[in-house]
Design a protein around this ligand. Structure first.
Ligand SMILES: [Zn+2]
Length: 464
């Protein structure tokens, strides 16, 4: 019998051919059509993945109304889950080649989705093939879930969990090695002021995404305030101030950071609002609103909103104001994004933010809140997976927690498991997930097949 390592090497060429079949399909989410809620590209890749799964030995495949697909082998009473995703993020600029024409270069496969998440998902599928080919006895069935909407909100898995049976334990090959055994909660919402009558701010706009501390914010006022603004900004180089056409325009320049680790950033939205307060231009409701949003943004730990906390498992709680804007009906609107640990319950986070906002006359709109998950690092499955990774990769890493989100957070008993390598040292022409020139090490994919095959065999011995 081949070892998983021998199996991976002997299937290298076939694996690369199959991966090209998936990567070459443009599966960026697009307009819904009948039977394809995430667009035709996503639907096409879902079907191709199911076809491939059958070729690799899965016994049946099911399309769940175009939202997600699955391939199954063995017992349907109790089964293990593997959930990867076949949708990809938009291409963006600056590629050196066609992102949907996978090719090899010096031990890497290049193309959108090679690393996130088509390559790792296919590695897990080949690990299953190893078990099937060798008739490994399976106490638990194996279900491969083919995610179709990971990048735009994970509605695919929500749909699955509402309508189909959940695996007794699952991993998603959509993170890093060794094992992600916990993820912080993610809360975001819009904090919206009352309508501001006769406000001084003509427009304010900062930030492009909820989950990023912005490095640019632009605010426009009547030119008669230019003098006060220039005085308040004197000696500071984080503002560009121009006066033209009867208006003064302030562009604040900050330092960006991801919402998951905002400490050390410099929020341009906060810089802009602070300057208006320092210049003492605002009055009444407008001033009150500006004070509120600036206090919210100043306290990255969430202390002002009453949600600062530590739990000894994750980093302390954080909150950022990623986007600021004036609504069409003249309300100041700040989008906030918090990453929180297990110290404060999910509902309590919402409640405290709403209470503090209400003190300043603000309402909370568009709340999205997904609670944290945490499996003990010494639970049998986490320990087993970490040990297998370390022994195959010749390392000595510890399971980790993170502030980002994978599919694992939506399930009762799941972790993220590969394929990114801790402190990977890829050439600079290889882009990471979501970046231009996305690429993935072929050796790492081969190693992943080995790790996943060993894992799927050993998980059979654990009681779920
Ligand atoms: Zn992904």
């Amino acid at each position: 019998m081949q070892t998983p390592k021998e199996f991976a090497e002997s299937n290298r060429e076939r694996f690369l051919k199959d991966l090209k079949r998936l990567v070459d399909i443009n599966s960026v989410r697009s307009e819904p059509v009948e039977g394809a809620p995430y667009g035709l590209g996503v639907k096409t890749v879902e079907e191709e993945t199911m076809k491939l799964a059958e070729e690799l030995g899965f016994q049946k495949t099911v399309d769940c109304e175009g939202r997600i697909g699955y391939a199954h082998y063995g017992s349907e009473d109790k089964f293990l889950g593997i959930i990867g995703h076949m949708d990809v993020v938009p291409v963006g600029d600056g590629w050196d080649s066609d992102p949907f024409d996978m090719y090899e270069r010096e031990g890497y496969v290049m193309g959108r989705g090679t690393g996130d998440d088509k390559g790792p998902t296919l590695a897990a599928m080949y690990a299953c093939k190893y078990l099937f080919d060798n008739n490994i006895p399976l106490k638990y069935g194996i279900r491969l879930l083919i995610g179709c909407d990971e990048e735009c909100g994970m509605s695919d898995l929500d749909y699955y969990l509402e309508n189909y049976q959940e695996p007794v334990f699952a991993f998603t090959p959509d993170g890093g090695f060794p094992v992600g055994h916990g993820e912080k909660g993610i809360y975001h919402s819009d904090l919206v002021s009352p309508v501001i009558e006769d406000g001084k701010i003509i427009s304010i706009k900062g930030g492009m995404a909820s989950n990023v501390v912005p490095d640019r914010c632009t605010v426009v006022l009547n030119a008669k305030y230019a003098k006060k603004i220039l005085e308040a900004a004197e000696g500071r180089n984080d503002y560009v101030i121009t006066v033209a056409d009867g208006k003064v325009t302030v562009t604040a320049k900050g330092k960006a950071a991801h919402a998951g680790g905002p400490w050390g950033s410099n929020n341009a939205n906060l810089l802009a609002v602070s300057l208006l307060l320092d210049a003492d231009i605002l009055e009444g409701e407008e001033k009150k609103a500006a004070v509120f949003v600036s206090e919210v943004m100043k306290d990255l730990d969430g202390g002002f909103l009453g949600i600062a906390a530590e739990d000894g498992r994750f980093e302390r709680n954080s909150i950022i104001g990623g986007m600021i804007d004036l609504t069409d009906d003249g309300r100041l609107c700040l989008n906030v994004n918090s990453r929180y640990n297990t110290a404060i319950p999910k509902e309590e986070i919402e409640k405290r933010v709403a209470e503090k906002a209400a003190e300043y006359g603000f309402e909370v709109r568009n709340v999205e809140n997904s609670g944290p998950f945490y499996l003990e690092p010494d639970s049998p499955a986490v320990k087993l997976m970490c040990d297998i990774f370390n022994s195959v990769a010749g390392r000595n890493d510890r399971p980790f927690v993170m502030s980002g989100g994978t599919y694992a957070r939506k399930m009762h008993n799941a972790v993220s498991f590969g394929c990114e390598m801790p402190d990977a040292d890829d050439p600079d022409w290889v882009g990471t997930a979501h970046m231009k020139n996305e690429g993935m090490s072929i050796d790492l994919l081969m190693k992943a097949i080995e790790i996943y095959a060993e894992t799927l065999m050993k998980l059979q011995e654990i009681d779920f």
